[in-house]
Design a protein around this ligand. Structure first.
Ligand code: CS2
Length: 499
């Protein structure tokens, strides 16, 4: 089979059903640097940029910056940095994306990265670095003791972290009299732009107060909400996409048809014609962000932990179980909707239903194990703020506590079995005997005592301690009696309804 390449795009026998770049790729300059060009970036922001260039042109090619692995560069450079987006739904579509024009790897190509960041032509630096890339401590400030940050502060001209690169890039721009770029965070983090701004300014202040003031005055850090379910590429994806397009693509990306990008109206400089291809610019990102994190992501994490305990492998499998579906829709209706102010233009009930129906897309094999990663970071965005808001508003928290207790049990079972836990705090968990205690109360206290995750409020809340202990007990007792977790969830749902 021919390899996906620029030459293949020009072949007359190429399948016409596969969409390909319509702009002149060779003549397109780089205008965006993206830190973290993983699957989500390639399925989402790169596709909006591709579609914007198809529609209106512009020098908006993307330079991807990988902070750790060189895989993306090594594999994609063998196919001229082209890859296929497979949109999997009732009917599937395939589009070859050409927006990425260069991929650089930190450590190996740091000079080239800094040259890109400080080039006049670079107007936007976007990021998908996940929750942990922000390096914030429990008070929401930059964690100066974080090993990556401490190393960069020792040697700021040779950064390794995203924060270090942003600040060094901005410093170089200021020194050569250029304008700042817009810093566009695209992570599932509430107030992502504001948080990134805090990290960047805290870091810059350590180096040079004047530089920090300049960044504060000149660089925009809009908040954003990003959405599209993007399971990671598996071997079957490579085989089925290559088969569908008629060329060998060694790193295609799969995602659902639904996609959404909402960006705060807070911008300096120009940008691709994103509005023309469906991006929404608004003054109220916060409401959209909360709706997405609290409904889609919170329900995802709930399925990831409770569903894994039940032996399900994918979101589709777990959500297809009627008891699980009932549990998450009750959680959404009774405890999530109403915990925050939804944007006026969003019908929140319908949004919530549509999220659950997206979980039921049989074409998307989204592994629960993938969603379960980094739980210590994710629950801080997805579950804990809902619990806190409900406590303030005297609203119920029982389903939320059962979801959280599922995470406790998920970690506890992995620790006991010596299974790998993909989480930046895994080593700390392994050093805490309380987390594997037989007594549910001790486990709950052990977890709630981790201030970096839970702050210092929940451990003093008797209602939450009771509900968590109760939930963990019923999970354990039920499972020990051979009940399926789906039955346990089902029973809890009915108990709550009787109350
Ligand atoms: C998921 C998200 O992996 C996860 O934690 O909840 O990546 C989710 O698929 C996306 O946010 C959907 O936009």
């Amino acid at each position: 089979m021919r390899k996906l390449s620029t030459a293949w795009l020009l072949e007359p026998q190429r399948r016409q059903a596969v969409a390909i770049p319509r702009y002149d790729r060779a003549q397109t300059g780089i205008g965006i640097v993206h830190i973290g060009p993983g699957a989500f970036h390639r399925a989402h922001q790169a596709v909006y940029t591709e579609n914007a260039m198809n529609r209106s042109g512009g020098n908006w090619g993307i330079c991807g910056v990988s902070l750790r692995s060189s895989d993306a560069r090594d594999i994609l450079s063998q196919q001229d940095l082209l890859y296929t987006l497979a949109i999997l739904d009732k009917s599937s579509r395939y589009q070859v994306i050409g927006a990425i024009r260069e991929i650089l790897v930190a450590g190996e190509q740091s000079d080239a990265i800094l040259a890109r960041l400080s080039a006049d032509t670079t107007r936007i630096v976007s990021l998908t670095i996940t929750e942990k890339g922000y390096c914030l401590n429990a008070d929401g400030r930059l964690d100066l003791a974080h090993p990556d940050i401490a190393a960069d502060l020792d040697n700021p001209g040779r950064p390794q972290s995203a924060i270090g690169f942003l600040v060094e890039g901005l410093r170089l721009r200021r020194a050569s009299g250029l304008t700042a770029f817009t810093v566009l965070s695209c992570d599932n983090v509430s107030g992502n732009g504001t948080k990134l701004r805090t990290s960047v300014l805290d870091y810059a202040r350590q180096i040079d107060g004047e530089l920090a003031n300049w960044i504060a005055d000149c660089a925009a850090f809009p908040n954003t909400m990003v959405d599209s379910i993007t399971p990671k590429t598996e071997d079957y994806t490579i085989a089925s996409v290559s088969d569908a397009i008629g060329a060998q693509d060694n790193w295609p990306i799969q995602r659902e048809a639904f996609t959404q990008w909402v960006i705060e109206n807070n911008w300096s400089g120009d940008r691709p014609d994103w509005e023309g291809v469906g991006v929404v610019f608004t003054n109220n990102v916060e409401g959209f962000e909360k709706a997405k994190l609290r409904l889609l992501n919170c329900l995802h994490s709930t399925l990831a932990y409770a569903g894994s305990l039940a032996g399900f492998a994918t979101v589709y499998e777990a959500a297809s179980d009627s008891r699980f579906r009932q549990f998450i829709s009750d959680l959404a209706r009774e405890e999530i909707i109403g915990s925050f102010e939804a944007p006026g233009e969003l019908d929140i009930e319908r949004y919530s239903e549509s999220v659950i129906s997206r979980f039921l897309n049989p074409e998307i094999r989204h592994q629960l194990a993938q969603i379960a990663w980094d739980g210590s970071q994710k629950i801080q965005m997805r579950l804990l703020p809902v619990i806190r808001d409900n406590l303030k508003l005297q609203r119920p928290t029982r389903h939320l506590c059962l979801a959280l207790a599922s995470w406790f049990e998920f970690i506890c079972l992995a620790l006991r079995a010596g299974r790998e836990i993909v989480d930046p705090m895994a080593a700390q968990f392994a050093r805490m005997p309380a987390l594997t205690d037989r007594d549910a109360g001790n486990v709950v206290n052990g977890f709630l005592g981790i201030e970096a995750i839970f702050g210092d409020d929940l451990i003093h809340n008797p209602l939450i301690i009771r509900q968590l202990t109760d939930s963990l007990d019923s999970l354990r007792i039920g499972m020990a009696r051979g009940q399926s977790i789906a039955d346990i969830l089902d029973k809890r749902t009915r108990d709550v309804q009787i109350r």
